[in-house]
Ligand binder design. Structure first.
Ligand code: HEC
Ligand code: HEC
Length: 262
């Protein structure tokens, strides 16, 4: 009896060891998402600008529109100067903050109002980091740690984003309709669906049948894993923090919808 029990125990331990070894060999998908940088209360303006620069080129998705031809104004080198005179009564810092959080209030002549409220994908501290970075482009950085509301200071920055809590933005978990989810997750800032959206990436309503759910899920969580044919030039512009923004259920709703399993 003892022998049998011991044999079973060894088999169990042996199997577990093999499974653990195999699991460790499989690349950890999550770990490829950029590490979150913490923005502490003692962050310097220069540190903020550096974090902002990373967001600008990465998770913020700004380069999907800015710096690529004429769909959006150039910001590099000039944003810190232009901001002072755009809107009467608004200082540079205030104007840039407004541009990111209420982009519809003032739309530069000759451009379409296609920018979305960045609070949907970025935390308050990340937005202030972007403002600091933009000020550094031709101007003086006047953003300080004091601008960041206390409840969001110490929140995530970098590509991490936050899950729940006061500091994390995240998509409202009450949203469950697939089309509403695509709108709330700003997918339509870069993809078209029916009459809506912007034609930067492939159309969302032409993925069914062409892409399998596995591929779609990976494209959303790890946008750089594959590049859509014909979109090589704009590859790397899709934000990398959707894994943090969407609940598992919301992600599956989107994947099923796009895969045509409605
Ligand atoms: C979907 C395209 C798009 C994306 C993505 C986008 N923008 Fe814009 N942005 C625009 C357009 C178009 C304008 C000009 C029209 C307007 O004023 O809204 C603009 C205007 C601005 C302005 C005002 C510039 C000025 O000279 O007054 C700032 C600042 C800005 N964007 C920053 C950003 C940052 C930072 C990001 C990333 C977090 C970003 N934008 C993402 C399209 C975009
Ligand atoms: C800032 C712009 C931007 C945003 C926001 C964005 N995407 Fe993308 N997406 C792209 C671009 C550009 C591509 C094509 C280049 C590539 O494959 O990396 C792409 C590719 C994809 C693909 C792969 C398509 C293919 O044919 O291989 C899927 C799926 C996708 N996006 C879904 C989404 C969903 C869902 C959302 C919202 C949760 C979203 N995207 C938000 C820009 C964006």
């Amino acid at each position: 009896m003892l022998r049998t029990n011991l044999t079973i125990l060894f088999i169990v331990i042996g199997t577990l060891t093999v499974y653990t070894a195999v699991a460790n060999m499989i690349p950890q998908v999550e770990s490829e998402v950029p590490e979150a940088t913490t923005i502490g209360a003692d962050v310097t303006p220069e540190e903020l600008a550096t974090i902002g620069e990373e967001l600008y080129a990465g998770a913020g998705g700004c380069m999907a529109c800015h710096g690529l031809g004429t769909r959006a104004p150039d910001l590099l080198g000039v944003a810190g100067t232009n901001c002072a005179t755009r809107r009467e009564g608004l200082g540079c810092k205030e104007y840039l903050y407004e541009s990111l959080t209420e982009p519809g209030v003032f739309v530069i002549e000759g451009f379409q109002p296609i920018m979305t409220d960045m609070r949907r994908i970025l935390s308050e501290s990340q937005i202030w980091a972007l403002v600091a970075f933009l000020q550094s482009q031709g101007g003086e950085i006047t953003v300080t740690a004091a601008d960041i509301p206390p409840e969001s200071a110490g929140g995530d920055a970098g590509g991490g984003g936050g899950t729940g809590g006061a500091s994390g933005p995240g998509i409202d978990t009450a949203v469950t309709d697939p089309v509403e989810l695509l709108r709330a997750s700003i997918c339509l800032a870069c993809h078209q669906l029916g009459e809506e959206g912007v034609a930067l990436g492939p159309r969302l309503d032409e993925m069914a049948g062409r892409l399998d759910p596995e591929y779609i899920r990976r494209s959303i969580l790890l946008p750089n894993a594959d590049t859509a044919e014909g979109f090589e030039e704009v590859a790397g512009t899709m934000p990398m923090n959707f894994g943090d923004q969407l609940s598992a259920g919301q992600l599956e709703t989107i994947v099923r919808f796009l895969a045509g399993d409605r």
